[in-house]
Design a protein around this ligand. Structure first.
Ligand SMILES: [Mn+2]
Length: 323
């Protein structure tokens, strides 16, 4: 039996979710003789192809719902998990039968999808999640942006933070090699694997250059840091850099362009003293433009060539955050 796992790509929680789900399936369900992984990126328009579901069982973890009848397992914790009302209605209706209620799981209150899968495994399948404590702890810190400080997040004083940097920049092949290790050995040992260790120095240097670039480009007005790196080849960056540079800021709106999308990243300063009730819901704002995310952080994707539309939308997002 071929178990195919689709997961949020270039994301620490996405990789940990794929790993935890695999171990859950092996220990509680069994029968898989082959595992394959595919990373998914949020992009403008259609998120899945029917050919993505090529396993005998297909799982999506830490990523949007698909109404495909080939979807066996689904776990997500994003507020924007459903692309359409019809998808949401299908999910709700299917929960009424026992089969789907034990395979398709959604709860936007979970900090990490890793922790969500472990909790479902424990409570509904009697799974022992004791060996996963370290991984769940760090997935909650990274995905929940519960770093002690912007310094801790940007200076990466923990193995999990360095591994996050590697995963955010890694090729699909590298991530597929990392996934099986995450639930088997401590994170510090994962970092020391030669195929990962050799990437650390160049990535760290790139990280330092990105800090300089954002320092150069960023503007702060009314507590909102904005920057436009569309002309710079930055595939990803540590999203806490703006608050490391501007600890007083409340929000960030950043524009970047990669090989497959132009992206607006919108975030809230996790160390802001402003109470949650007074903060804007970023997922709601991003969903107006076909994007999504969580209450405190989200993103909007545009096709690579629609730079001016992305810039205009970014300006509107700034206005909404002001209001
Ligand atoms: Mn997640």
């Amino acid at each position: 039996m071929h178990l195919r796992v689709l997961h949020h790509n270039n994301c620490f929680d996405g990789a940990c979710s794929a790993s935890v789900f695999t171990r859950f399936h092996r220990e509680c369900i069994g029968a898989a003789t082959r595992y394959s992984y595919q990373g998914l990126q949020h992009k403008a328009g259609v998120q899945f192809e029917e050919s993505d579901f090529s396993g005998d069982e297909n799982a999506i973890v830490d990523f949007k719902y698909s109404p495909s009848p080939r979807l066996t397992w689904w776990f997500d914790h994003h507020q924007s998990a459903f692309m359409t009302e019809a998808d949401r209605a299908q999910f709700d209706a299917q929960q009424a039968d026992g089969w789907h209620a034990m395979r398709h799981f959604f709860d936007p209150n979970y900090i990490s999808c890793t922790g969500f899968i472990a909790k479902i495994g424990e409570t509904k399948f009697g799974w022992n999640t004791e060996p996963l404590k370290e991984l769940i702890h760090w997935a909650n810190i990274v995905d929940g942006a519960k770093y002690e400080s912007a310094c801790s997040a940007v200076e990466m004083d923990e193995p999990a933070f360095k591994l996050t940097m590697v995963i955010e920049a890694a090729s699909t092949e590298t991530i597929q090699k990392i996934i099986p290790l995450l639930t088997e050995i401590p994170l510090a040992d994962v970092l020391q694997q030669p195929f990962i260790a050799f990437q650390l120095t160049p990535l760290w240097e790139q990280h330092l250059r990105t800090i300089d670039l954002i320092r150069e480009r960023a503007r702060v007005e009314d507590g909102i840091v904005t920057f436009d790196l569309i002309d710079k080849p930055v595939e990803g960056y540590n999203k806490f850099i703006p608050y490391y540079l501007y600890p007083e800021a409340t929000y960030t709106v950043g524009l970047t362009r990669s090989s497959f999308r132009t992206k607006i990243s919108v975030g809230t300063n996790p160390w802001s003293p402003i109470s949650h009730e007074q903060l804007a819901n970023i997922a709601d704002i991003c969903q107006k433009y076909g994007g999504g995310g969580h209450a405190r952080v989200g993103a909007i994707s545009f096709p690579v060539d629609r730079v001016e539309d992305a810039r205009r939308a970014a300006g509107e997002v700034v206005q909404m955050l002001r209001g």
